[in-house]
Ligand binder design. Sequence first.
Ligand SMILES: [Zn+2]
Length: 389
Amino acid sequence: MHVTTHTSSTGLQSFDYHPRTRVIFGEDSLERVGELARDLGGKHALIVTDKGIAAAGHPTRAVGFIEAAGLHVTVFSEVRENPSTLDVERCVEVARAAGIDLIVGLGGGSSMDTAKGANFILTNGGHMKDYWGVGKATKPMLPLIAIPTTAGTGSECQSFALISDEQTHLKMACGDPKAAAKIAILDPLLTVSQPPRVTACTGIDTLVHAVETAVTKKRTPLSAIYSREAFKLCLGGLERVLRNPQDLEARGMMQLSAAFAGTAIENSMLGAAHSAANPLTARFGVVHGQAVGLMLPAVIAFNARDPLAHEHYMELSEAADLGPIEEFVAELEVLLDVARMREGLSQYGIDPKQFPSLAKEAAQQWTASFNPRPIAAEDFERLYEEVFG
Ligand SMILES: [Zn+2]
């Protein structure tokens, strides 16, 4: 990722946009993985995935296509949710033993992040924390093909690996242009196997990505296009996939929404809903999509008091044929209700006495620095109070 912060006299943020990922979209596009891996020069591919995805049968099909193209394949299917430095170490061990030269991240954000994390260590050595930040890898990295089976994180279109420290649970965002996937394969058929709760949580995460990227301090005229399109696709597709999981067109819309929102994140970063959510996930195990969805309406109300942020929310609202800010938020709340994401913090055994320490952690998150309105620990405390319910 390359972020410039210069603002011109017109108020338009300058940018340096270099798409690094070839994006292939369409039903049955998984079938092309073998030919694409061969074109990238691979002789021995490592598929990084998790047990649930393995049970759904997608890696087995991918192995078949890659072997048919004349490559060897090794499968690592031990990825856990919110992957830690331990997941990366285990993956690196398997990759080293097999002598692989190409990586395929096949699964949700956790599989793709583990694949990226392992790529850092395999090619540049050291430990995950050495790459915390942006652009810390000095040597070339192995080609990566990202194949999402959820429509959520947009990791397939980002150069960041989100890896938690196994001991402290602190989430490290490790980004480098070289870590971005060379190719993303978006095959909507792969997302049909998601359990309903995963569809809901990842879909809401996509929605929050579209809304947060639209208003950050880093937003550019280009990231705004991706945010808007992601928002429109999500509004059109989310309710449909929740009501009818087999609706392939809506699955495709959600997959594109997630990839476009991921591209927006790559260029504009995220905001306070993500900052507030991370400590809830790290300390109380609240699922990421649930946590960001719960925080979003309160964060919008907080940010909309800033005239520029209000204007940017309204751009999204108009793009989706919605009205003033109240109508915009009400529409989001309808979606959160349909996805059953409105349980307050009290449901997770969180005591209000813990708000000050959670708020302190939220204010220290990297994403908080990109929020359009300056936001301090006291503000986060108030946001938590509002969603205690
Ligand atoms: Zn997210």
